[in-house]
Design a protein around this ligand. Structure first.
Ligand SMILES: Cc1ncc(COP(=O)(O)O)c(C=O)c1O
Length: 478
């Protein structure tokens, strides 16, 4: 086991970050971390065993494994593809996270998307404290639901009515039932490498390169649940057209991530979304944009505003809950009026429209409305991805990367990457080495080559430069 890696920097006291690092809650993007030249990382990297150790995190994880399957409550948090145990987090603020071993990281996961204005924003915390004084859950309508619903409806072009739920998975489950109820048809087209939550019909192992009837991707998913799920590679219009030919009159909807984030970052080819919109209209099939990740991230109106293409239905999550559990689906009024109790399609939720989640969502969207938010995200993310790709190439690695606003990805392959099959050409062993090296430098990316990354309004240019400098150093070593 290598000794404790010291990168010549020292974080003076873990308590330092307890006093909010922002001089005012509104100036997060001007915050320059006093820590940037002063961090000691207590990580033992062992490249022979392809792993690393953080002593307290390891102890906590060993306990967790006895208590919860795999020691985590969501599989993406496990470090299976990069080695080592998950890092156990103690606290977050702005663009930084602190683990229970006392290390600090610049965070590019952002709680998997919600933290677009930065973690633990003072204004959100204050608003939550105010709401909490009135209670944590009513199980009855509250005014905050109207406020967030109005904000979502006025922002997202396709949404005329919305139903709040508690997660992106629930939103996707609900929207599929709705699409089937509205069209009276059952088949669904999804794209290989797109994730729409863990409900049975979406857990389909896509065929390689050709359209195929879906087979369950997980034990426990009955064949019947995925029988109506058809799949196509992303960015492949010819396969979609073939599916329409073969299953004429049987297809209820196409669902897709308009920019894929669950195979790494994959942008649509210039005419792909247009073609999908045209084909769905011609065939009377509903188009569903799963904007759980891209909603309020690519632009205030999401991917549909960014690309100028309006689907029939949209799912949302992550950002609209500002870090609290939330999801939503919405669309044209005539479709949404099928949902109970306005219509016959049943869907319900004990905690749906919860006042705390509504509050955090409202505050987050208010901050995103401030002029320049998305220009800022675009600027820092462009600096980041350009810097990483340039540094990688300079050190002789095959690497490509891309971004839109505050969402990005890079692959250890020459590219271009248009679909999941292209993404899988990446050198994942090299990614894992890069990942461990970056952790040692105090940079936290998603622990998988096949996940998008996120920036926030709390990341400064100094954070980005610090990250690029770390990447240059790590690229030279791997
Ligand atoms: C595009 C997309 N849809 C749906 C989901 C499921 O959301 P949740 O994890 O909130 O259930 C995710 C989760 O990452 C997602 O990225």
């Amino acid at each position: 086991m290598a000794g404790v890696a010291v990168v010549g920097l020292f974080w003076p006291s873990k308590l330092t970050h307890k006093s909010p690092p922002f001089s005012s809650s509104r100036c997060s993007r001007r915050y320059i971390p006093s820590s940037s030249s002063n961090v000691r990382m207590a990580i033992s990297i062992d490249e022979k065993k392809k792993t690393f150790t953080l002593q307290k995190s390891e102890e906590a994880f060993n306990t967790a494994k006895e208590l919860m399957p795999g020691g985590v409550n969501s599989p993406v948090r496990a470090f299976k593809s990069v080695g080592g145990q998950p890092i156990v987090i103690d606290s977050v603020k702005g663009c930084r996270m602190w683990d229970i071993d006392g290390n600090t990281y610049i965070d590019y996961v952002g709680s998997w998307g919600p933290a677009i204005i930065g973690h633990a924003d003072d204004e959100i915390l204050e608003a939550l404290a105010e709401t909490m004084k009135k209670g944590t859950s009513f199980g009855a309508p509250c005014l905050l639901e109207n406020v967030l619903a109005e904000m979502v409806i006025s922002a997202v072009p396709s949404i005329e009515m919305v139903r709040f739920v508690n997660s992106g998975t629930e939103a996707c489950m609900g929207v599929l039932r709705l699409a089937r109820a509205f069209t009276g048809k059952e088949k669904l087209i999804k794209f290989e490498g797109c994730y729409h939550g863990h409900a049975d019909p979406f857990l389909v192992k896509a065929g390689s390169g050709v359209a195929t009837l879906g087979l369950p991707d997980s034990p426990g998913v009955p064949k019947g649940a995925t029988y109506e799920t058809l799949t196509s590679p992303f960015n492949d219009i010819a396969t979609v057209e073939n599916l329409f030919e073969t299953h004429r009159g049987e297809i209820a909807a196409i669902i897709l991530e308009p920019v894929v984030g669950n195979s790494g970052f994959i942008a649509p080819k210039p005419d792909f979304l247009n073609a999908i919109r045209r084909i769905t209209k011609e065939n009377n099939v509903l188009l569903i944009f799963d904007e759980v990740m891209t909603g309020f991230r690519l632009s205030y109106g999401g991917a549909q505003e960014y690309f100028g293409i309006t689907p029939d239905l949209t799912t949302l999550g992550k950002i609209i809950g500002g870090g609290l559990p939330v999801g939503a689906y919405g669309g044209r009024r005539e479709i949404m009026e099928m949902v109970a109790p306005a219509g016959p399609m049943y869907q319900a939720g004990t905690l749906s429209g919860n006042p705390l989640a509504m509050t955090a969502g409202i505050q987050t969207l208010k901050r995103l409305q401030e002029p320049g938010s998305y220009d800022y995200l675009n600027k820092i993310t462009s600096e980041l991805i350009q810097g990483i790709v340039d540094a990688g190439k300079k050190a002789g690695h095959a690497i490509c990367g891309d971004y839109i606003s505050g969402m990005f990805g890079f692959f250890f392959t020459e590219g271009p990457v248009y679909n999941f099959a292209d993404a899988k050409k990446s050198d994942t062993t090299k990614f894992a080495r890069f990942y461990r090296g970056m952790l040692e430098e105090g940079v936290y990316f998603a622990p998988s080559q096949f996940e998008a990354g996120f920036t926030s309004l709390a990341h400064t240019s100094e954070d980005i430069q610090q990250t690029i400098a770390a990447a240059e150093k790590v690229f030279r070593k791997i």
